[in-house]
Design a binder for this molecule. Structure first.
Ligand code: ADP
Ligand code: MG
Length: 348
């Protein structure tokens, strides 16, 4: 679908490993003074004088985590960086460096890796992050990409998953469920295309959803906003697997319970209309659809006035005593136990 048959193809073997790495990384800028040495030596060198270092890694495998028939490589590169930066922001930190490791089969020409690295570079430039290293190797089949992000935070600013306290408010940034529905739309179009390659997809009604799936943004702004508002969350996590499973991580690690209110869940109008079209319950999608990369956090109830009315945030519930369990309060005012249905739970 996305492959242009007339495009130039350069075999990776022509450049050799060092030529390839140099070719892909030479246009990256460095933004952070802590980065002493980036790509080019046996190891990168970072100097975090008075701060703690945050480290996080994700591995993405073709056919498991992404499908190149509708995921352009540039978007894949961008997203692979976002999922890692999101984890750094979820610690209330500042992301500063990444490493990128890739394994590719000989099916990929140089031009494909240039696309991938164009997405990685856009992410680095937008988020002011330095590419400081990685590894490059071949695979017998398909593509693997692993990104490690490094971040910095003052010890007293770091927010863990285990600090939520009874009566704390539960807050989420942005809106939920869009990325999951975007994937459903793309999967549907892929099937239509397989049956009729001449078909022209009409995606106008789904632009927001598709963007949420193909070009997610990590919430770099949230730690900054919280600092400005003089709020330090008691716990925080990013939403990669769906709200239910993430709030359950916070509750389990904090040894508390929670009440989430169905009518408070932030939903974009496209999420509502497209859920209806797919005959799916938008609440289920908000709770269990993953990959939104919003931040979920808890704050002391004393911060209510600071949070309420802020368009970036929705207060969706509160923390309870552990024995009360983890519950969703429905629009009909009934309590249902939350289930950790990750993203794959929709698959039969
Ligand atoms: P070594 O053999 O010591 O592991 P490499 O030849 O793998 O060294 O890497 C040389 C330099 O290029 C190192 O700085 C490494 O971090 C960097 N590098 C290797 N592969 C990548 C990649 N895919 N993206 C960015 N930097 C890379
Ligand atoms: Mg190496």
């Amino acid at each position: 679908m996305l492959e242009d048959k007339n495009q130039e193809k350069t075999s990776l073997a022509e450049l050799g490993e060092f030529g390839l790495i140099n070719h892909l990384t030479k246009h990256f800028k460095m933004y952070n003074s802590a980065t002493q040495k980036g790509v080019g030596d046996d190891a990168a060198v970072i100097n975090q004088s008075d701060k703690e270092t945050l480290v996080t890694t994700d591995l993405l495998v073709e056919g498991v985590h992404f499908d190149l028939s509708y995921m352009p490589l540039k978007h894949l590169g961008y997203k692979a960086v976002m999922v890692n930066l999101s984890d750094v922001y979820a610690m209330n930190g500042v992301a500063e460096q990444i490493t990128v490791s890739i394994a590719v089969s000989n099916r990929f020409p140089l031009e494909a890796l240039e696309e991938l690295y164009a997405g990685i570079q856009l992410a680095c430039d937008t988020y002011k992050v330095d590419l400081i290293g990685g590894d490059t190797t071949s695979s017998t089949k398909g593509m693997l990409i692993s990104v490690t992000a490094l971040g910095a935070a003052k010890k007293e600013d770091i927010v863990y998953r285990n600090g939520a306290k009874e009566t704390d408010l539960i807050v989420v940034s942005g809106d939920l469920g869009g990325a999951y529905l975007g994937l459903q739309v793309l999967e549907r179009e892929k099937q239509v295309f397989q049956v009729n390659p001449e078909s022209q997809p009409d995606l106008d009604n789904y632009t927001y959803l598709i963007e949420r799936q193909l070009k997610p943004e990590a919430r770099k702004d949230v730690p900054e906003l919280l600092k400005e508002m003089e709020i330090k969350p008691t716990s925080m996590i990013d939403i990669s697997d769906g709200l239910s499973s993430e709030i359950m991580h916070i509750c389990t690690q904090s040894k508390v319970g929670c009440k989430i209110y169905e009518d408070k869940l932030p939903l974009d109008p496209q999420v509502i209309s497209t859920s209806e079209e797919f005959n799916m319950d938008s609440t289920m999608i908000a709770l269990s659809g993953g990959e939104d990369y919003e931040l979920l956090f808890t704050v002391p109830i004393a911060d209510f006035d600071k949070i309420k009315g802020n368009p970036n945030f929705s207060i969706i519930g509160h923390i309870t005593e552990e024995t009360q369990g983890m519950n969703l309060v429905t629009r009909a005012n009934q309590e249902m136990e939350l289930k950790a249905q990750g993203w794959n739970s929709f698959e039969e």
